[in-house]
Design a binder for this molecule. Structure first.
Ligand code: FE2
Length: 380
């Protein structure tokens, strides 16, 4: 695999390779299957500053599942739990623990999105269907992607309700303050050995995405472990899906650990964007969210590497925020520890100041931090 570094990073809008048979307007929502949606909703509100938006459950006529919908600026999270034994949601949770089931994409035409992708080889999750209530109608369709993860296409131009037909507004007394998260910057999938190129091909051929960038095991390795990664993006650049696979190292890579505990391929992290990472991360820490830390030595020479930045270094180093630069600017980023019991899903907070890349300069410090965590779990 050839190394494409930041200097050849293509701007999405100049990305002629991305085909527009599947115009995606953005991420509609991310749905997690979880063991206890009510308590998970409380966590994402109290710790992460999400606001209550909509609810479906027994009170709305949903007999077998309950869903809480949360919102922060453009980010919508759906937390779904089963109400009865058996069925797909229970089985998913039993296999994977809590995790991302659906990355839902906002489209103008969910029927055409389904037809175009299935024609190109996507495996159907469900055929286009129109759902209605007194606030209008939504067309949904779905296809499978890596592991048991799916993409749901959401056509919502004919709908005025809070989320989807069948949901009602959820307006509890408790509404913690937002912590300034704006939108989903990217969503990363971990796939098994030698599977990265298969899924890169899927996003290229079936979804019309183009490859923005790739990292090989020489970019992403430490003394012990390695991984490879390629970033796929749609035509307008609003959707970015890096795909990771493990690479040979002396010890077990974080991707292998993920695959082992998730029991297959799945979403590794959501990167959420903020306009003020210092304020956002300070609020998250105060609310109990735990982050990976890098040694103090990281900050001794970081400015030699990235040059001048607008922020003071002191609060960045105090919080453990990482810095990287590419041709177009710089970025600030930090990664949580896994947010679930299994060492699977985590969240990245990112603030872009011109940079369009993914923090390649931080990979080594970051992966050494992850290895320290793996060591403590006995999974390195
Ligand atoms: Fe990321």
């Amino acid at each position: 695999m050839s190394l494409v570094d930041n200097t050849s990073l293509k701007l999405p809008k100049e990305n002629p390779e991305a085909e527009d048979f599947l115009p995606l307007l953005g991420t509609d929502h991310v749905e997690l299957y979880v063991g206890n949606a009510k308590q998970a909703a409380h966590y994402y509100m109290s710790a992460w500053g999400f606001q209550p938006l909509a609810y479906a459950g027994l009170e709305t006529g949903s007999k077998d599942r309950v869903s809480y919908v949360l919102k922060q600026d453009k980010i919508r999270l759906v937390l779904t739990s089963p109400l009865k034994p058996g069925g797909d949601i229970n089985r998913h949770i039993e296999q994977h623990g809590d995790g991302v089931k659906a990355i839902a994409l906002w489209v103008d035409d969910a029927t055409k999105s389904y037809q175009e992708t299935v024609k190109r080889g996507a495996k159907s999750y469900f055929e286009p269907k129109t759902i209605k209530d007194d606030q209008g109608e939504v067309v949904l369709s779905g296809i499978h992607t890596y592991g048991e993860t799916v993409h749901v296409f959401v056509e919502r131009s004919g709908y005025d309700g809070p989320f989807l037909p069948g949901y009602r507004t959820w307006d509890p007394y408790y509404k913690p303050e937002s912590i300034g998260l704006k939108y989903i910057d990217h969503m990363v999938g971990n796939v098994g050995w030698n599977e990265m190129n298969k899924w890169v091909k899927f996003y290229a051929e079936v979804m019309g995405f183009a490859q923005l960038i790739s990292f090989d095991d020489k970019d992403i390795s430490t003394e012990y472990t390695a991984l490879m990664s390629k970033v796929m993006s749609n035509g307008n650049g609003r959707i970015k899906f890096p795909i990771n696979e493990p690479a040979e190292g002396r010890r077990k890579s974080q991707i292998e650990e993920y695959i082992e505990f998730y029991n297959g391929a799945g979403v590794q992290h959501l990167a959420l964007a903020t306009d003020n990472i210092i304020e956002t991360v300070t609020a998250l820490k105060n609310r109990g969210v735990e982050f990976l830390t890098v040694p103090a030595s990281y900050y001794e020479d970081v400015l030699d590497r990235v040059g001048e930045i607008d922020e003071d270094l002191e609060p960045l180093s105090k919080l453990g925020i990482l810095i990287d630069r590419d041709d177009e600017g710089y970025l600030l980023q930090i990664f949580t520890k896994p947010i679930l019991d299994r060492p699977t899903l985590f969240i990245e907070i990112i603030q872009r100041k011109g940079a369009k890349s993914f923090g390649k300069g931080n990979f080594k410090a970051l992966f050494e931090a992850i290895e320290r965590e793996q060591e403590s779990r006995g999974t390195l």
